[in-house]
Design a protein around this ligand. Structure first.
Ligand code: FHN
Length: 676
């Protein structure tokens, strides 16, 4: 009977959860409208301001990058007393900058909670400040109509049950650490954050990359958040499907949007929600020596570029230990806010550009049944006062200069573009916005793409032209202008001499798109050297804790051995490790050779001392490809790789251009024993 009653209760909960969980579009609506938010990294790590034992390059990772023992780091508790903290002032600065939501580190990797947590004594109530900062911030957001959101790190360098320990924490034994008990603690704090502070917009998880976290735990944490607040949005770092700093997850993993970090995707991703997070200088947490501030122009153009690809921009502030924003941040927020006051309608609630690329800037769009508005963000003001909008087929209703109080502008239709007459000077040299109203939803004729393995070739290059539309493509290969009498593209072109290929889309004999062009260059293959007799590669091993590839030539290897080929042995899982694998690659016939380097974490490929592929940085397994023109004979080849922590990957493939990429045949790899 009791089991039946329990089953009925569970069923009722699931039904109510299903009913209360709104459809994703409705839940994402405010976030898609917002487009612009403030990230805040603040905590005990703000006290040392990036400095420790004379080193000044630290940030929010200082406990690890300066290898500070727990007991010593805990002493920062008594120094955290941000007497200048003013939640209303913070929220007003965000609001005045045009930001619609705030994501703050409720707990970063160091485990310190900026809120009054009943399940931890490593929280703000253990500091002289003794105020619940999250509660004050949530109340200020409520007053100002800004959405309150929490960053929360899964990785926790303080909690005794979190595993793994830091590799350098040799004096902190695992003891009876129980990761399941840590997960209960994590759930308890997330429950506090989604119960005690009112409606929360986003749970922004992070630190999901260590081996103890997995999909089941990620899904369970996602479900917990949605049960506690069905409207809450949860980013993709709750689960383990994220592909490195590029930030997007494979299918089948929990999370409502992708999180590119310190980078903007090359193009938008139709139907995919994503948000780029970025620092204003180089550090997330306050570093008083970091003067590498992005200019306001760069920040405005980043916001525009991201919005033009359909993404959100989460711009970071690293407040100082006293609770104030760095003055450099304050100035930039004010200047961005002034720009948003005039041009915000070109950002909020817009969708990605209908154009593939615009030579002078970016475009965002607001579509409607009767009319749509294209917001043309001009970075490079045309010297002749005429702005060309390529490939736009829609009838024009009006044009106004948003940045100059909606000043009306004249326009005319050219063969394959619309020409807008502009005033001699841009109202805002950083980015001036024109609102172009068109009938219906915008019709843009897509310019052809010019595809080839490389723009360089040794003997010849195969060039393909394509468009997603059914339009006819005409082209030239000598750099001359494309016209109605130019050759019609029917099959790949073989280019045998240096020159420029130009292509344009035609509709019933009329040019309708922009012109695409690409220069091709015939190059000499890199000279070869003798091929040593000894089979295999030399591999040197190094130890260290890096965030990017070190200069291995300045380090002393901890080991060396011969290996048959590039890559890692089966089951290899070492952390804080670097490898250099080098030798001579035998090439049998001259030509352009394509290489693909896959790695986790960073790696680089050098041939004949030249950097051919750069896959450096902290990331999950990602691949980069590139080419090298090689003569027949021997070529010095070297792969450098490192792994900080977590998963590993290292794979190098090659092919003569046009062939299928495959691991390099060990028979092609030799070395000179006595080479230094
Ligand atoms: O390790 C963190 C880092 O400290 C910072 O919080 C960024 C911001 O997204 N996230 C992780 C690095 O990817």
């Amino acid at each position: 009977m009791r089991i039946l009653l329990l089953m009925l209760i569970v069923a009722a909960c699931l039904v109510s959860y299903a009913r209360s969980a709104p459809p994703d579009d409705q839940r994402m609506e405010w976030w898609r409208e917002a487009r612009f938010g403030m990230f805040i990294h603040w905590g005990l790590y703000s006290v040392p301001a990036g400095e420790w034992n004379g080193q000044t390059g630290h940030g929010e990772w200082i406990r690890t990058t300066a290898q500070i023992p727990l007991e010593q780091y805990d002493q920062l508790l008594e120094r955290f007393n941000p007497v200048e903290f003013d939640a209303d002032a913070w929220v007003k600065m965000a609001k005045d900058a045009g930001m619609k939501y705030i994501v703050i580190t409720s707990k970063h990797h160091d485990g310190f909670a900026l809120f009054d947590s009943k399940v931890s004594d490593f929280d703000v109530m253990a500091t002289p400040f003794q105020r619940d900062i999250m509660a004050e911030l949530a109340a200020a957001c409520e007053r100002e109509g800004i959405v309150m959101c929490w960053y929360h790190s899964i990785m926790d360098w303080h909690h005794p049950d979190y595993l793994p320990r830091r590799t350098w924490e040799t004096n902190r034994p695992v003891g009876d650490a129980d990761f399941e008990r840590f997960v209960e603690y994590l759930h308890a704090q997330v429950t506090e954050l989604l119960t005690n502070y009112g409606p929360i917009g986003i749970m922004w998880f992070d630190g999901e990359w260590e081996a103890t976290w997995n999909h089941d735990r990620g899904q369970a944490l996602y479900d917990l958040c949605r049960r506690l607040q069905p409207d809450v949005i949860v980013n993709n770092r709750v689960d383990v499907g994220r592909g490195g700093m590029a930030g997007f997850s494979d299918d089948g993993y929990a999370g409502d949007y992708g999180t590119p970090e310190q980078e903007v995707p090359a193009t938008g991703l139709p139907g995919v929600d994503w948000e780029t997070c970025m620092t204003m200088n180089t550090h997330w947490g306050w570093n008083q020596n970091d003067t590498n501030w992005k200019s306001t122009q760069e920040l405005i153009r980043l916001l525009v570029d991201i919005a033009s690809k359909g993404g959100n921009f989460l711009l970071n502030i690293g407040p100082r230990a006293d609770g104030t924003f760095p003055p450099q941040s304050v100035t930039r927020l004010q200047e961005i806010g002034n720009w948003m006051k005039l041009n915000g309608e070109s950002i909020y609630g817009t969708t990605a550009s209908p154009f593939d690329a615009l030579p002078w800037g970016r475009c965002t769009m607001r579509t409607g049944k009767e009319t749509s508005t294209l917001y043309l963000h001009v970075f490079d003001w045309p010297k002749d006062g005429v702005l060309l909008v390529p490939g736009l087929g829609s009838p024009i209703r009006s044009a106004r200069l948003l940045s100059d109080n909606d000043r009306p502008l004249a326009w005319e239709r050219g063969d394959s573009d619309v020409r807008i007459t502009l005033p001699p000077l841009a109202p805002d040299a950083r980015c001036s916005v024109i609102a172009l109203e068109v009938e219906g939803t915008p019709v843009v004729y897509e310019a052809p793409t010019i595809e080839a393995i490389s723009s360089q070739f040794v003997d010849s290059a195969e060039v393909s032209l394509s468009t997603r539309s059914k339009l006819e493509v005409r082209f030239t290969t000598d750099g001359s202008e494309v016209g109605p009498d130019s050759a019609v593209y029917r099959a790949p072109i073989r280019v045998t001499s240096s020159g420029v290929v130009k292509a344009q889309s035609f509709d019933r004999g009329r040019a309708v798109s922009a012109v695409t062009s690409r220069a091709f260059e015939k190059v000499l293959p890199w000279p070869s050297r003798s091929v040593p007799a000894r089979a295999g590669l030399l591999e040197l091993t190094y130890r260290g804790d890096w965030n990017k590839l070190p200069d291995f030539s300045a380090l002393t290897p901890t080991g060396s051995r011969l290996v048959a080929e590039f890559g890692l042995p089966a089951g290899f899982k070492e952390e804080s490790v670097g490898l250099v694998q080098r030798g001579v690659l035998r090439i049998d016939e001259p030509g352009m050779y394509q290489f693909m380097l896959t790695s986790d974490d960073g790696a680089r490929l050098y041939i004949d001392g030249r950097l051919v592929l750069d896959n450096d940085g902290l990331h999950s397994p990602v691949a980069v490809t590139g080419v090298a023109p090689l003569n027949s004979g021997g070529h010095d080849i070297r792969v450098e790789w490192f792994n900080k922590s977590g998963g590993v990957a290292l794979e190098l493939k090659m092919t003569r251009a046009g062939g299928a990429l495959a691991p390099i045949d060990p028979a092609r790899l030799t070395h000179e024993e006595d080479r230094p």
